[in-house]
Each structure stands twice: as structure tokens, then as C-alpha cells.
Design a protein around this ligand. Structure first.
Ligand code: SAH
Length: 452
């Protein structure tokens, strides 16, 4: 091991010795890169260690070996890339957070290659199970290209989730494509280090008008990463307009929720086309009114959208205006839980009620509470539906499995003394691929029922 006495000197040492630096290709002039471009986005804590024998280019092989316990979860056997700390028997070599490691089974069979962060509960995330695949800039270019080719093949081109983390074999990486603009999240330390390579690949494949980082998400702190957002390209106007299903919608890349827009409901929004014709529609948890604008567009008589966020409601009103629907779509900034409760007691009635709340839990301990929450709002929602009308209901809590969600809706119907006739039950749009046996890739439940 060579210990670098200071960052500056360390970089010079690196150049002169051609030692592994994740985001730098052989022949590039390292000292031209600002600090944030070196892949060392971890901040200044700790002196970086250089690993003997590692070098830039295709011959690089990680020196660190992670051996798993004999008993590992079915998840890993099913090919899922996450390895939890309690599944690791021992680590040989450097364990610097974010570095690339080789993972072996308990009987020393090579299993995969990924990045390590012992500070995180998910200690290793595998990037490949192919021993011949080197993790370098080219690796990310090829993975991105493969993700793009897949979207093109299934017909998601203009706007799409270009990279859906694990399901695209790029754990903890999210990239949303809004036509010529790209919004990126690197949610683990080992992925964050490759941000310059990922940005370079985007530039090469798409020649985008802009790339923006929305890493202002708390989950990064579990990885020891700061929350941050900003331009990864030359600055651009972050208020853009996208086309979806024949509508035009404002997207606020800088200050909208998550990456600015929920692409996962793209196809589901089309599924309301026939049931909203001529209908009085109530939408709760509307965000920027995407479902509600669709309802207006598809011929609803009136649409009322509710969201607790003033910003979301303001944007929803602008979206109504943009599509000539200001006379049809109205919005109120209120707590939807309270409104649903009160209005169902008052006996208000709608032809269609749409619910799309935020995730109710991220932890297994509170699943029961989440289920109670779903039962409660769906019960209220059903009561607000006229006999023969429709309930459109979603859940994005990935720990609530599809069957569990359907059972909960059924329990709500029983309590509401209504019978349900299922119109459609879908998942997220196909640009958010579901990998068989990887539960957390199948996260969105979207149900339309007729309420009898
Ligand atoms: N249907 C939207 C996405 C909704 S996301 C779409 O397709 O784009 C969930 C929304 O619920 C967020 O906009 C959030 O602001 C809102 N929300 C969270 N808690 C709420 C509450 N108590 N009352 C009303 N809205 C709430």
C-alpha cells in the first residue's frame, strides 16, 4: 500500500505511476480535472489508499476479495446484486468505500464483481457476474448503451427512465430522459464515483441539451454521501415542457419532486381514457396534475385535484392552462387524508375517484401501518364513488406486494359494503423493468375497479 500524503501530491503520484483511477481513461491528463471530476466525491475524510498491482485499462482486476458466508439469502442466489453486511464472512484487502471488489462464495468460487461500502447496510452491490468484464469507463458506456437499446426496442424513446438501477445492472443509478434533457441520481457511494464516466457516456450517446443531478435525497446519507443537486452540463433552463400521450406538461427539473416527474405512471395515465369521459372526477395526491390533465383531455366534465404541496398545485394549474383545460381542471392545496375523510362523511359523490399517494413506508417494521393507511384511504375513496363509478388507485410502496395490495382493497370494499369489478391491474411502465424474483423491482401497483 502507498499512502498519499496530501490530495495534490497523491494525484501527481497517481499520474506518474499510472495507478487505477476509476473515471480516468489511459492517456487522459488527470490534473486537468477538478476535484469533483476525479471520482473522489467522498469528500476529504481519510487519506486515499492506492492498491498495489491495480492499473488503468482492461487488465485491471480488483485486489480486494469478499467471501460470503455459507448461508446467504435466496436473493443473492436469484442473481440480485445486493449483498448485506451480515452475509459477508470476511474481506481480504483494501476496503476503501466505493472501490471495486471481487465476491466469492464460501467455498471460494468467483461469484461477481461490484463496489463495496462497509458503512452501508448493503455492503456490496454487484455490477457484473461475468468474470471477464472489467469495471471501467467503457463498462458504463456499454451498460448505458444497452439500456438505451432496450428502451428503443420496447418503444420508450422520447421520455423514459433510461436507467432503472438494479434492473439495468447498474445498482443505485437512476437516469430519467426528458427528451433532450437528462436527470441523474447516484444513490450509493460506489456508483457516485463513476458519475464523470456516466456523464461522458450520456454526452457521447445523446449529445443532450442538458444533464442535471438530483442527488438531494436522504438515502444518500446512509452511504456517507452529501445531498446535492446541480448541473452536470452547461447550465440550462430547468423548466421544460414534455409531451406525454398527446398532452404537454411542465416539468421542473430543479425543484420538482424526485427527478421532476413521475414517468412510472406514463402508461397507466392512458388507462383512464374511457372511464373519465363525461365524468365528474376527483383526484387526490395529484402532484402536478398529470392524471387530472389526462382526465380533462379525455373528456371529463369536471376534475378536482388535491395535493398538499402549493408548488405542485401551482404547476398543476399551469398544466391545465397549457392544454386549454383551465375551465375543466381545478386544484386545491389541502391535506387529502382530511378531505377524503370529511367529504366521504358529507356524502359527496363522484363518477371517478383517483388516488396516487406517496410511499407509506420503506421499512418492513411498519408494513402493517402502511396497509392500514391504504385500507383507510381506499375505503374513503370508494365511498365517494357513485354506484357504478370507478376507483383508480395506486401504491408505490415496494414492500407492499401486489397480492397484499389487492387483498387490502378487498378488505376496504367489505367495510364500505361495496362490490368491486376489476377493470385493470397493472405495474409501472415497462421502461422501469421488472426482473423475475427481484421483489423490489416490481414496486408500482395500479388498479382500476368499478365500484358496484
Ligand atoms: N399522481 C402524481 C404523483 C403523486 S406523488 C403523478 O402521476 O405525477 C404523491 C403526491 O402526494 C405528492 O405530490 C405529494 O405532494 C402528495 N402528498 C403527500 N402527502 C399528502 C397529503 N397528506 N395530502 C395531499 N397530498 C399529499
Amino acid at each position: 500500500m502507498i499512502e498519499g500524503p496530501s490530495w495534490g501530491l497523491w494525484l501527481i503520484t497517481k499520474v506518474s505511476q499510472s495507478i487505477f483511477l476509476p473515471s480516468v481513461k489511459e492517456g487522459q491528463f488527470v490534473l486537468n480535472f477538478p476535484m469533483s471530476m476525479t471520482g473522489l466525491t467522498r469528500g476529504v475524510a481519510g487519506v486515499p489508499k492506492l492498491t498495489e498491482g491495480a492499473k488503468i485499462g482492461s487488465t485491471f482486476a480488483p485486489m480486494t476479495k469478499v467471501y460470503l458466508k455459507r448461508k446467504i439469502s435466496r436473493r443473492v442466489e436469484n442473481g440480485h446484486p445486493w449483498i448485506f453486511g451480515n452475509e459477508i464472512d470476511k474481506v481480504e484487502g483494501d476496503t476503501e468505500g466505493g472501490s471495486i471488489v471481487d465476491v466469492f462464495t464460501h467455498d471460494k468460487k468467483w461469484m461477481g464483481r461490484g463496489y463495496i461500502n462497509l458503512q452501508s447496510q448493503i455492503s456490496v452491490r454487484l455490477l457484473t457476474r461475468d468474470k471477464n468484464e472489467t469495471i471501467d469507463d467503457n463498462f458504463f458506456y456499454n451498460r448505458l448503451l444497452a439500456a438505451w437499446e432496450y428502451r428503443q426496442r420496447i418503444g420508450y424513446v422520447e421520455n423514459c427512465r433510461l436507467v432503472f438501477g438494479e434492473a439495468d445492472y447498474m445498482p443505485a443509478l437512476i437516469i430519467d430522459k426528458f427528451n433532450d434533457y437528462f436527470v441523474l441520481q447516484t444513490l450509493a457511494l460506489g456508483m457516485d464515483r463513476w458519475k464523470p464516466a456516466i456523464v461522458a457516456a450520456l454526452e457521447k450517446i445523446f449529445q443532450p441539451k442538458g444533464i442535471y443531478e438530483r442527488n438531494d435525497v436522504p438515502v444518500r446519507e446512509l452511504e456517507g454521501l452529501p445531498q446535492q443537486k446541480g448541473f452536470l452540463s452547461a447550465p440550462f433552463d430547468t423548466q421544460i415542457i414534455i409531451n406525454e400521450n398527446g398532452l404537454r406538461l411542465h416539468v421542473d427539473i430543479e425543484n420538482g419532486q424526485k427527478t421532476g416527474y413521475f414517468l412510472d405512471q406514463h402508461d397507466n395515465r392512458r388507462a383512464i381514457q374511457h372511464i373519465v369521459k363525461g365524468a365528474d372526477v376527483l383526484g387526490a395526491f395529484t402532484y402536478t396534475g398529470s392524471f387530472e390533465t389526462h382526465a380533462g383531455f379525455y373528456g371529463a366534465k369536471s376534475v378536482l385535484g388535491l395535493d398538499i404541496s402549493e408548488n405542485a398545485v401551482a404547476q398543476a394549474r399551469r398544466n391545465a392552462g397549457l392544454n386549454g383545460l383551465s375551465g375543466v381542471c381545478r386544484y386545491e392545496a389541502v391535506n387529502a387524508f382530511d378531505a377524503l375523510k370529511q367529504w366521504s362523511k358529507e356524502g359527496r359523490q363522484y363518477d371517478v375517484v383517483m388516488l396516487d399517494p406517496p410511499a407509506f413506508t420503506k421499512s418492513r417494521e411498519t408494513i402493517q401501518k402502511a396497509i392500514t393507511g391504504y385500507k383507510e384511504i381506499n375505503l374513503r375513496g370508494m365511498k365517494l364513488v357513485k354506484k357504478g363509478g370507478f376507483l383508480v388507485t395506486s401504491s408505490c410502496t415496494n414492500l407492499v406486494q401486489p397480492d397484499m395490495f389487492l387483498d387490502t382493497i378487498q378488505l376496504a370494499a367489505k367495510d364500505a359494503r361495496r362490490r368491486l369489478r376489476q377493470v385493470t391491474f397493472q405495474a409501472q411502465a415497462s421502461d422501469h423493468p421488472i426482473i423475475g424474483g427481484w421483489e423490489n423491482t416490481n414496486y408500482l401497483k395500479f388498479l382500476i375497479v368499478q365500484v358496484l
